[in-house]
Design a protein. Structure first.
Ligand code: TEU
Length: 564
């Protein structure tokens, strides 16, 4: 396995990145057009969301044919050109493998429904109980996780949309089919894979009602998941030393993530977990309005950073992806302190222990969509929940307010390349409206002397220059501070302090106190010690640093002291 410690990965949500043929949808040829922009940023790899044939009920996460490119994204030749053009620029391509489920349009599922026993066992069919489904499990997109298969009295399991049928990983033939898929794409020259909700692939033999929840405790990090991942690795990417793999882990635990990602386990290079992105859920419910809980965010970062480090695990570092609202709107300020907070968030996450992911548009601070009407949304989950909240009696205005904060479409609006009508994304009508945020675009950001883009570029450069960033230990300080996220990273004599203000008011950071608590001395640091900052100067008065709104910086000193 290749070391991923000094890598940075850029996520492309293909449908919203760049439309090369004027149909309102982003495509593979559009990505090729923007390779120089991505090269300039300095990321190592591009992870493309699924580009395979799909009815697009869940924008490609419902795959109907793993071997062909969906015509709306282009052709196989377009992908081959992208792989080779990216390679010329030192960029690797990672593909997204959706192996927990297929589309109900997949040939396997069609055969299964037609009664073909071989293919029926590729999926999870069970008889219902009188008028009830086999268990009371709830789909992650709302409603029952079971759908009746025609008139048969049997149901199939779908943890996501009813058009996304869960695969039966207990079937060896099915597993081999999936290995063939991975090997096919390895031959095409991709450098790695992201595996969609891969910790949900192992279901128990006997499926039972969940009397205390929605069923997830039975299939999350399920009984044979580690065995399955080891076998997958052995038969596919594990045979190649330089492949990068990341598993998306839903509702997982540190203990399991250590096993998924510790190189000795020979499973994956790293994992995504989402605990830190639930700090604005009221009692665990996403579809609520709540200020984010900063102290909880700090606690989760601390638990995961130290827990993974202790046992040799490796994690992906991110605030954004295509399922999340935009971080600058969620944890920062997308108006008065747009630039400051976008840069603060970047620094706060990139300098932790793990591999950073940049989600398209994040590099110039793209904010939430700010849609006003349900007709503007396209996401299956958002539309399902609009109906569910309505049926529960929530008022229309409140539902729209919840969606404005929580909808996945916030992260999916097309790239704002420039300020023109089609924003440099398309020459026609975009498939999803643009975010309503005048003045924000890649072009405008790059034209400014203090661009967010350059801040990200600098963070990537620093990771490559400083081992303390790519390979240092992690220690959180000032745990009780309710404004600042502060942590130390140490590698040999190299010591780095990262301080980030998550609020728009001023506060202070005391270097003396840090010295007495940790024995690491940053008191002599000068402007030269600043690796990166989102203000022009360091407001240091004696041993106290005055911290301004959303200010964030990293200080570096050489210090022989062995602590941390
Ligand atoms: O996401 C899995 C997942 O857990 C999220 O969909 C999550 O349930 C949701 O965002 C909560 O609000 C992956 C993909 O990233 C997502 O786009 C797909 O819809 C999903 O799997 C099904 O393939």
């Amino acid at each position: 396995m290749q070391s991923v410690k000094d890598k940075v990965i850029y996520q492309v949500y293909v449908k919203s990145f760049m439309d090369s043929n004027g149909d309102g949808k982003g495509d593979i040829a559009g990505i090729t057009m923007k390779l120089d922009y991505l090269k300039r940023l300095g990321a190592d790899c591009l992870w493309l969301t699924p580009v395979f044939v799909s009815p697009m009920n869940d924008n490609g996460y419902d795959v109907a044919d793993y071997y062909s490119i969906d015509p709306s994204f282009g052709t196989m030749e377009d992908l081959e050109v992208l792989i080779s053009e990216a390679k010329k620029r030192g960029l690797g391509i990672m593909l997204d493998m959706v192996f927990n489920h297929t589309s109900t349009d997949h040939e396997w599922f069609r055969k299964a429904i037609a009664g073909d026993k071989k293919y029926k066992d590729y999926y999870i069919f069970r008889r219902g109980r009188e008028a009830l489904p086999p268990t009371n499990w709830i789909s992650k997109f709302g409603g029952s996780a079971w759908e009746m298969a025609g008139e048969s009295g049997e149901y199939y399991l779908h943890l996501f949309d009813r058009t996304q049928a869960d695969l039966n990983w207990e079937n060896e033939d099915l597993r081999k089919e999936l290995y063939d898929v991975v090997n096919f794409w390895i031959k095409k020259g991709v450098v790695g894979f992201r595996f969609d909700v891969v910790n949900l692939i192992s279901k128990p033999d006997v499926l039972e009602d969940d009397l205390n929840g929605d069923g997830r405790r039975f299939y999350t990090d399920g009984p044979r998941v580690h065995e399955h991942l080891k076998e997958l690795a052995r038969n596919t990417f594990g045979k190649h030393h330089d492949m990068i793999t990341v598993g998306e882990m839903s509702s997982t635990s540190i203990e399991n993530c250590v096993r998924y990602s510790n190189p000795l386990e020979e499973e994956l290079s790293m994992v995504f977990n989402f605990h830190h992105l639930k700090v604005d859920y009221e009692a665990g419910d996403k579809w609520t309005l709540k200020e984010f809980d900063f102290m909880e965010l700090k606690k989760i970062f601390n638990d995961w950073q130290t827990g993974m480090e202790k046992e040799g695990g490796w994690m992906a570092l991110f605030y954004n992806n295509h399922d999340q609202p935009r971080s600058v709107s969620r944890f920062g300020s997308d108006s008065k302190y747009h630039k400051e907070s976008a840069k603060m968030l970047a620094t706060s996450i990139h300098l932790m222990r793990g591999t950073p992911y940049i989600y398209q548009g994040e590099e110039f601070g793209m904010p939430n969509a700010y849609f006003d009407d349900i007709s503007e949304y396209r996401d299956v989950e958002s539309i399902n929940y609009y109906d569910i909240l309505k049926s529960k009696g929530m008022a229309e205005a409140e539902i729209l307010e919840v969606l404005r904060e929580k909808s996945r479409d916030n992260g999916r609006t097309p790239m704002l390349w420039d300020d023109s009508d089609g924003h440099g994304f398309t020459t026609s009508v975009p498939w999803l409206p643009f975010a309503k945020v005048p003045g924000i675009s890649a072009e405008a950001d790059l034209a400014s002397s203090d661009s967010i883009f350059n801040h990200y570029r600098k963070l990537i450069e620093l990771r490559k220059q400083y081992e303390v960033i790519s390979d240092g230990t992690f220690m959180m300080t000032d745990m009780e501070n309710s404004h600042l996220l502060c942590y130390l990273r140490c590698k040999g004599t190299g010591k780095m302090l990262v301080v980030s203000n998550f609020y728009d008011d001023e506060t202070e950071f005391d270097l003396d106190k840090l010295f007495y608590e940790t024995s690491i001395d940053f008191r002599k640091c000068t402007f030269e010690s600043v690796l990166i900052s989102n203000y022009y100067d360091l407001a240091k008065v004696g041993e106290i640093i005055r911290i301004r709104p959303y200010e964030s910086f990293a200080l570096y000193v050489e210090d022989k002291h062995p602590s941390c």
